[in-house]
Design a binder for this molecule. Structure first.
Ligand SMILES: Cc1ncc(COP(=O)(O)O)c(C=O)c1O
Length: 397
């Protein structure tokens, strides 16, 4: 047997879209005045009371590890939060596993649910970290198309059509990344009915739940009758509390499943960073004003961005949550891989092509709202100038 890593082995843990995103980020690093609207990491500062709680934990000398599932007081706070905000009931002792970010939670969840050949239904476009986790588990991703005209909502009939005897689970991300679309409550209810009828698990990734616009409603599928025993809710602190670098998130669901997840978590990384766990506890127990303020900031930026996209003639599915816009750039006549390269090289603005979220989304860009207002405005001025020049050139030709 060869001791080198084959391309097939390497490709298990990477995909073309991700590779392209990393290439763009590398190029961006070499451009001193670049404005990055690429990664989905909030630019806002972690609220001061959360930082203070972490400092206190450090001063207390919290060098010991926690239970693999997390500090008992944090698991209790998460269970209380889920009951209060989401109507989801989980056992604080056995029903919650604190992880190193939602990213670790999603990876462990997929490895725990899927065996070789098992199918999981995944709405498309999608957060492709799940693709890699599914591939590594030997599972089969079954895509459900969603559409700009529906605000990228998930159609339960399309889900139903894809259920087979091999289907193990349905993945729902609402609000979504990259689309910022939400799954409407009637559709959540219809998908829950399908999960019950076909005895399926549901992964409900609700990491963007706190950022909603234009009266969009968030319904946690795990709160519906008959769903507690088949839903694993995934959430984290990176988005809600601007804590990406703290690497802290969680999964919560039925105790038998979560005990298995805890075992895998212990094997993988022992426990989530304990200082971050104390910070997360302060986030859940402390004042929530910062979250309201973040929501107001994103609302303002979103309005500005949509006005700019309207001027550019780009269309989009109504972004009803999160902090992205998935913009249809067909009017430029360019595919989004070329377009994002052009915007980076000529306008010094980094925006990811839609292909980073499914290869067929070649007419879309995912734009983030994660720069201070003045930087965001400057980025969009540069984009308008760059594409305006293009339109002028085309007129003259
Ligand atoms: C849909 C979704 N789930 C999970 C994550 C993981 O976030 P984190 O690991 O920072 O908690 C992200 C990050 O962008 C995401 O967009």
């Amino acid at each position: 047997m060869s001791s080198t890593i084959s391309a097939a082995q390497a490709s298990k843990v990477s995909d073309e879209g991700t590779r392209r995103r990393y290439d763009l980020m590398d190029m961006a690093r070499r451009i001193p005045d670049v404005i990055e609207l690429g990664r989905g990491d909030p630019d806002l500062a972690t609220p001061t009371h959360i930082v203070a709680a972490a400092k206190e934990a450090i001063d207390r000398g919290v060098a010991e590890i926690s239970d693999p599932a997390g500090l008992p007081e944090l698991r209790r706070a998460i269970a209380e939060k889920l009951a209060r905000d989401n109507g989801v009931t989980v056992d604080p002792k056995d029903g919650v596993v604190v992880t190193s970010g939602g990213q670790e939670a999603l990876f462990l969840l997929v490895q725990t649910i899927l065996g070789p050949g098992d199918e999981i239904i995944v709405p498309d476009p999608r957060y492709t970290s799940y693709d890699v986790a599914i591939k590594m588990a030997g599972g089969v991703m079954v895509s459900v198309p969603t559409h700009e005209r529906d605000g990228f909502d998930v159609d339960p009939d399309e889900v139903a059509r894809r259920i087979t005897p091999r289907t193990k689970a349905i993945l729902l991300i609402t609000p979504g990344n990259p689309t910022a679309g939400t799954i409407t409550p009637p559709h959540i209810r219809a998908i829950a009915a399908l999960a019950i009828r076909h005895d399926l698990l549901v992964i409900s990734d609700e990491i963007y739940e706190k950022f909603l616009y234009d009266g969009a409603e968030h319904l946690s599928i795990g709160s519906l009758p008959g769903m507690a025993q088949r839903t694993i809710t995934l959430n984290g602190f990176s988005k809600t509390y601007a804590m990406t670098g703290w690497r802290i998130g969680y999964a919560a669901g039925p105790s038998t499943f979560m005990r298995e997840l805890r075992r895998r978590k212990a094997l993988c990384s022992v426990c989530a960073p304990v200082v971050s766990q104390w910070a997360a506890l302060a986030a859940l127990r402390g004042p929530q004003d910062a979250v309201t303020e973040f929501q107001q900031i994103y609302t303002r930026r979103r309005t500005m961005m949509l006005e700019c996209l309207d001027r550019l003639g780009f269309t989009y599915g109504e972004p009803r949550g999160a902090f992205y816009v998935f913009a249809n750039t067909s009017s430029t006549g360019m595919d989004s891989i070329d377009l994002s390269a052009k915007l980076l090289q000529e306008a010094h603005v980094l925006i990811f092509p839609g292909t980073g979220f499914g290869e067929q989304w070649v007419q879309y860009l995912r734009i983030t709202l994660l720069q201070p207002d003045d930087m965001l405005a400057e980025a969009m001025r540069r984009v308008e100038r760059c594409l305006g020049n293009e339109a002028d050139k085309a007129m003259k030709e």
